[in-house]
Design a protein around this ligand. Structure first.
Ligand SMILES: Cc1ncc(COP(=O)(O)O)c(C=O)c1O
Length: 407
């Protein structure tokens, strides 16, 4: 039997509700995934093979730091000093002094005793969640948590239950139901990556303390974005730095590198460094990657104007879309869902934008619930007002053709 029997049958097995097969997507000119980018510019433009110059609305480089000269310089110097590989797990041959420095920088930014880094944010979630929980424990998640959180929960031995999105009554119901479990861990995304809304940290924290549950927050979209200093969701709500027990984040969004981290108590981080399989049995991130993350975090701390700029740009873009009659859902952040609801309309609006020089993707079920198809835009600090206005105009022209706008 072939490994992949028939591409369409295999994909349909995973995504039974996909409205087109990969071939049909391609034939209809609706396939825009995996397009090779040949150049990335510091002003939020990219060159894409077959499309040319495009305004990037699909990247998470929130602060526009990706091409920053100080960061590129730090990465080049690190490569000159250590080479391009680490060739081993951190526990054995792989630890560089740079890894320890990065972990101190992360702990400084997140105001924790310590931090531990992983090769990606996905690995950080899976490794940490599966290591922290045992059989008999319970993990309680918001329904809209990221796939990597869900995968971590599924690979743990604990019972995995969910509560209605950002609904404190539903969370309390779950906590009461499982109150006798030895360890209870509530996990929530700080900023929800599809809708751009913010977790109700004060409500969640109060309930966790009342029911004796630990709290883990995935800060992939909140570090570098929320709070005047970009330190994340605790700062946003003016809450103390020990509100969250396990602070997870990525180095691939506002911080322009790759990797993921867990920040928290020294004991937590030491434990994960010796017990988390995604740390113990995986190669260490290489020097250039680590050095660019260190330089990126320093810039976030030294140049808070980028966070203000990001916020102003997001407000400007969202204002344009709302005035044009778009439904942009509950967003409070630079993540902007351009709601189409209908899957086909989302696909065609994405095609319209791509053909007019805007790099943006349609998002469908199962990434978002059925009937909630949308284009998902992310505003960057480096976008110019002219570019954001041009994107809003193109979206509006496409949406008018498809009858998406309100009123
Ligand atoms: C909320 C959230 N958590 C975790 C991740 C995984 O991070 P990484 O891209 O570093 O694997 C992502 C990535 O998109 C994310 O959006």
């Amino acid at each position: 039997m072939p490994l992949v029997e028939d591409l369409n049958t295999e994909i349909a097995r995973i995504h039974p509700d996909a409205f087109l097969t990969i071939e049909e997507f391609k034939k209809s000119g609706l396939y825009f995934w995996l397009q090779p980018v040949t150049e990335v510019r510091p002003d939020g433009h990219v060159t894409v093979e077959g499309f040319g110059d495009m305004i990037m609305l699909g990247s998470y480089s929130y602060l526009g730091l990706n091409q920053h000269p100080a960061i590129c310089r730090a990465a080049k110097e690190a490569i000159d000093r250590f080479g391009t590989g680490t060739h081993g797990s951190r526990l054995l041959a792989g630890t560089l002094d740079l890894h320890n420095r990065l972990e101190s920088e992360i702990a400084g930014l997140k105001k924790t005793e310590a931090a531990v880094t992983f090769s990606t944010g996905y690995v950080a979630n899976v490794a940490a969640i599966s290591t922290l929980l045992r059989k008999g424990d319970v993990v309680i998640c918001d329904k809209m948590n990221h796939a990597s959180v869900i995968d971590g929960c599924l690979s743990s031995q604990a019972d995995f239950v969910r509560y209605l999105h950002n609904d404190m009554v539903s969370l309390e119901h779950r906590l009461r139901e499982y109150r006798d479990r030895p360890k209870k861990l509530v996990i929530v995304d700080g900023v929800f990556s599809m809708d751009g809304d913010i977790a109700d940290l004060p409500g969640i924290h109060r309930l966790c303390r009342e029911y004796g549950a630990y709290l883990m927050v995935d800060e992939a979209h909140s570090t570098g974005v929320l709070g005047e200093g970009g330190t994340g969701i605790e700062e946003h709500f003016g809450m103390p730095a020990d509100t969250i027990d396990v602070k997870m984040g990525t180095l691939s969004k506002a911080i322009p590198s790759t990797g993921g981290y867990i920040a928290g108590s020294a004991d937590l981080c030491t434990y994960l460094k010796h017990a988390a399989r995604g740390f113990v049995y995986s190669g260490a991130p290489s020097a250039g990657v680590i050095a660019s993350a260190i330089a990126g975090i320093r810039l976030i701390r030294e140049e808070p104007w980028r966070i203000r700029r990001l916020r102003e740009n997001a407000a400007y873009f969202k204002g344009l879309l709302t005035a044009a009659g778009f439904d942009i859902g509950p967003t409070e952040t630079p993540v902007v869902p351009v709601m189409c609801h209908d899957t086909e309309k989302a696909a065609y609006l994405a095609r319209y934008c791509q053909r007019h020089g805007v790099f943006i993707h349609a998002i469908y079920y199962p990434t978002v619930p059925k009937g909630r198809a949308r284009l998902r835009a992310a505003v960057l600090a480096c976008h110019s007002r002219e570019d954001l206005a041009a994107c809003a105009d193109i979206l509006t022209a496409g949406a008018k053709e498809l009858g998406i706008l309100k009123g």
